[in-house]
Design a protein around this ligand. Structure first.
Ligand code: F6R
Length: 608
């Protein structure tokens, strides 16, 4: 996720901005830049790669004069990680420089409008439209121009702005993206999070959506979206710096679990326009889709399990046969794949060696590859014929959480798009499922809030020898990922079984107090899973059921419960996994495991 900082005071700005950016490095980034104002000149310095490169380029900031400035770490979304796309961006007249954290959903239409009005663009970013809008609306009053420009934006933004007509001033705006003002003595700051501020001040103002900040070295003024000044409380920061880097969470994994409502929103919201799923980046016509005889999904680990869930949704909505295959298997066999196959490749990192090899193998046989990837400009993104990004932001914990759920969100939206283009979904069903997609961020938040008892359940189950996860259909797909989360971070043996398979062998392992985690969130098949719960209970199992809060049958059959809100069954895996991620997290914590860096595992598996 990008990070922004701003400084105004009596000291030289560049070294302070660089120190602030270093504190934001943990958020993940692929380029960085600063803009510093000296009198009425703005000097910009940008690099790709690490902040260390920016320090080198600017002599640790000593080569850049001026005591007012803004800085940015960029995690590429719109456009590759290049110097041109790195922030700050300048207005055409050179008066304004801006940095931006967030995504502008309507940037394409704004860009077209601005180009028609004669503005020229130097980057591929969504951000650049903002600085040209500010220039367009500027009439001598920066605050007014900011209000007018941001009124045109749809999406999320924390903006930092400097203007050559206002030496010594920094401006900031917040909408759905964190922004904190740091109040110092004879100097003031803003930043995406407090980590960048605590070395200089512990007095912070947490800005709310729709608020504007105007800072000079001796004054801090906050305005609402009508331009009226608002009084804000100054909060004393008492966190230690290390905790702040994880946003106050003990582990990145927990932070990333909690980020899922926002990550899912960032992935879904820009792709639903006027009640329709629209992928601007996807040039797949109805005629192309009609030629597809089957879809093959390939990936590794959790991304493969996302594919297992996607199979139910794509087949359910589009009536196209889907095969899901582990990339490490697919690459070494003679797959029956040709030009009538659409290959869907799923990867958070975009660098997984087996997935890349399987993709090349299938492309050689004539299949077109559609990649669902999180890291912009990664190998898989570049190799694909079509690339759809999951806008989860950087994932730092080795065990994926928001990477996986955003992959599901993209698969669900692709299913809707294909079904619609092929005329295989009726209008009422389509509208109902669009509402379900839009409700997903809220439902994920509810799934977090509905399960305060998970730490207590973790104390009960953490010392078990093994855990069985059971479910059918979409519940089975979620069970596979739930079991993987448990084993990789808590080191407990955990295995997922299609509940109907129990009788064919596994039930021999059920004995007194054997924990069985039963997923019952698919109404079409719930009665069958209930019978399996009864069978394992009759053999002494301890059942932890995952279902809806009002599901009386499950409530009366199981010993313990995890809850999710009512959800469209075809989209339910993305919600079901939330309490299972939390359970794995708290079990691992009970077991004293290194949660963010489990033993023997790497975040990006670039070797076979
Ligand atoms: C599990 C996990 C791994 C990855 C797998 C594929 O929590 O993170 O199983 O899902 O290594 O990685 P990507 O998605 O980067 O291709």
């Amino acid at each position: 996720m990008c990070g922004i900082v701003g400084f105004t005071g009596a000291q030289s700005a560049a070294p302070i901005l660089l120190e602030g950016l270093k504190k934001l490095e943990y958020r993940g980034y692929d380029s960085a830049g600063i803009a510093v104002m000296d009198g009425d000149t703005i000097q910009i310095s940008k690099v790709t790669g690490r902040i260390a490169n920016l320090c080198e380029k600017t002599g640790d900031g000593t080569k850049i004069k001026g005591s007012t400035g803004i800085g940015h770490t960029r995690w590429a979304t719109h456009g590759a990680p290049t110097e041109e796309n790195a922030h700050p961006h300048l207005s055409n007249d050179g008066k304004f420089a801006i940095v931006h954290n967030g995504i502008i959903e309507n940037y394409i239409s704004l860009r077209e409008e601005l180009i028609q009005d004669g503005y020229f663009f130097e980057s591929e970013t969504d951000t650049e439209v903002i600085v040209h809008l500010i220039e367009m609306y500027y009439n001598g009053n920066v605050r007014e121009a900011l209000i007018k420009a941001t009124n045109r934006l749809r999406g999320s933004y924390a903006l930092g702005v400097i203007c050559t007509d206002e030496p010594g001033k920094i401006f900031a705006v917040r909408e759905s993206s964190p922004l904190i003002v740091g109040v110092g003595v004879g100097e003031n700051f803003f930043a995406s999070d407090v980590t960048a501020l605590v070395a200089y001040t512990r007095n912070a103002i947490y800005m709310d959506d729709g608020e504007y900040a105007e800072l000079s070295k001796d004054s801090v003024k906050i305005f609402d979206c009508t331009g009226r000044e608002v009084r804000k409380e100054v909060t004393r920061i008492t966190w230690d710096v290390q905790a702040a880097e994880k946003g106050g969470y003990e582990h990145f994994m927990l932070k990333e679990i909690m980020e899922q409502p926002a990550a899912i929103k960032a992935t879904i919201a820009p792709r639903i326009k006027d009640g329709k799923v629209v992928f601007d980046e996807l040039d797949l016509t109805a005629a192309d889709l009609k030629k597809i005889r089957k879809i093959v999904i390939t990936a590794c680990g959790s991304a493969y399990y996302a594919g297992c869930s996607g199979k139910y949704t794509i087949e359910g909505l589009c009536h196209i046969p889907v095969e899901v295959e582990l990339a490490s298997e697919l690459r070494y066999r003679n797959p029956l794949i040709d030009a009538h196959t659409l290959l869907i490749v799923i990867s958070q990192s975009g660098e997984t060696a087996d997935t890349i090899a399987a993709m090349k193998e299938c492309k050689e046989r004539g299949a077109k590859a559609l990649a669902i990837v999180n890291v912009v400009g990664s190998t898989i993104a570049k190799l694909a014929d079509y690339t759809v990004y999951t806008w989860a932001g950087p994932e730092i914990a080795v065990a994926t959480t928001k990477g996986y759920t955003t992959q599901l969100a993209v698969l669900y939206m692709l299913s809707m798009l294909f079904a619609d283009q092929l005329g295989r979904i009726d209008e009422t069903d389509y509208k109902k499922r669009i509402r379900a997609l839009q409700a997903m961020p809220r439902h994920i938040q509810q799934a977090i809030d509905m399960n305060p008892g998970i730490p207590r359940l973790a104390k009960k189950y953490h010392s078990s020898k093994s855990l069985f996860f059971i479910g059918r259909n979409t519940d089975y797909a979620a069970a596979l990922e739930g079991a993987l989360k448990m084993k990789e971070i808590s080191y407990l043996h955990a295995e997922a079984y299609a509940a109907g398979e129990l009788k064919h062998g596994t039930i021999a392992l059920i004995e007194d107090h054997q924990p069985v985690i039963a997923l019952c969130c698919n109404p079409a098949i719930m009665e069958k899973t209930l019978s399996n719960i009864v069978e394992v209970k009759a053999r002494g199992a301890e059942v932890l059921a995952l279902s809806f809060r009002d599901n009386q049958k499950v409530l009366s059959a199981a010993d313990d419960f995890l809850f999710i809100p009512d959800e469209d069954a075809l989209f339910a895996s993305a919600i079901e996994i939330i309490p299972l991620q939390l359970l794995a997290y708290y079990v691992a914590k009970e077991n004293g495991c290194d949660i963010d860096k489990p033993k023997n595992l790497a975040k990006s598996v670039t070797v076979e």
